[in-house]
Design a binder for this molecule. Structure first.
Ligand code: DO4
Ligand code: MG
Length: 287
């Protein structure tokens, strides 16, 4: 089952169930203390509650008639890094002085985890993602993303774009928070696929297309099965000695990095497709 937040033509926002090419409104007023998508995601039985909340009086609305919003409420957004061989090699290339850190973290037991965004820094589908004015070499990172409830359970998956300033990170690993965390540094959406329907890692293709002036200037693809780490293991490390009273999103790292000569430009369009979830598209703004 897929859930989303949408804005309708009249400007009202709703939580919906997405069924193929249509959405169905959920009537959250039926349950006390259930007001947001996160309230459903954090319930004991998210798919059961969502099915109960489907408003029988509301018909189906075509997906083309609604605007999908980022499926986030008050959750923290975290990310894992260097979880695919491609990312390890790319980081070692970009970082003259810090290369060995990336080499070691790829095979270490403890993964790289970093704080990625607060909800106000997250863009939804078709909203801009940003390249920092002080970066000449930024790229999008297409990442399979976990939705984790306050009890620490993975309850859903979505698509994440971990926008990254490779030149800032490459200059000094201590600049990582500035390379990764700034206004519009992350996009999430368009839906949360609940984990009641399992995804097969070998069939979960993660694909990115970057367009410039209507033409594809970079395409790349990997599979979730190429990731070195297990999803539960990554979530387990995040939860060690940590509490998430509002839940968390965890981007699980990129397996696709454009060649070193590629840098995003203003007005590029980034499209990330993950099989079984959908496509997250965002225009790029600069400065
Ligand atoms: O160490 C830098 C960040 C790595 C990252 O974001 C990734 O591998 O996806
Ligand atoms: Mg990343």
């Amino acid at each position: 089952m897929k859930l989303a937040k949408v804005r309708l033509a009249d400007g009202a926002t709703h939580v919906v169930a997405v069924e193929g090419e249509a959405v169905r409104l959920l009537d959250l007023s039926q349950v006390e203390h259930c007001r947001t998508l996160a309230d459903i995601l954090h319930a004991a039985d998210p798919p059961g509650l969502a099915r109960f909340l489907i408003d029988p009086n509301a018909g189906q609305i075509r997906v083309g008639e609604v605007q999908f919003l980022a499926p986030i409420d008050r959750q923290e957004v975290w990310a894992a890094g260097v979880t695919y061989k491609r990312s390890q090699l790319a980081r070692m290339e970009e970082s003259a002085h810090g290369a060995s850190h990336y080499d070691r973290v790829y095979s270490a037991d403890r993964p790289e985890l970093f704080f990625k965004a607060t909800p106000n820094r997250v863009s939804g589908p078709n909203e801009p993602v940003r390249v920092r004015r002080d970066s000449q070499w930024s790229v999008p990172e297409p990442e399979f993303t976990l939705v984790i409830n306050p009890a620490g359970k993975i309850v859903g998956n979505t698509i994440g774009n971990d926008m990254s300033a490779r030149d800032i990170e490459g200059e000094n690993p201590l600049y990582l928070p500035q390379a990764k965390l700034y206004s519009q540094c992350c996009a999430l959406g368009p839906v949360v696929r609940l984990t009641d329907e399992a995804l097969s890692p070998d069939e979960t293709a993660i694909r990115i297309v970057i367009q410039r002036g209507g033409k594809d200037v970079f395409t790349g693809e990997t599979k979730l099965s190429q990731m070195k780490r297990q999803l539960e293991d990554l979530a387990g490390w995040l939860l060690k000695e940590n509490e998430f009273p509002n839940g968390a999103f965890l981007l699980t790292g990129t397996g696709v990095v454009p060649p070193d000569e590629f840098a995003l430009r203003a007005e590029d369009q980034v499209h990330i497709t993950i099989a079984g979830i959908g496509t997250l598209s965002n225009p790029v703004v600069m400065g």
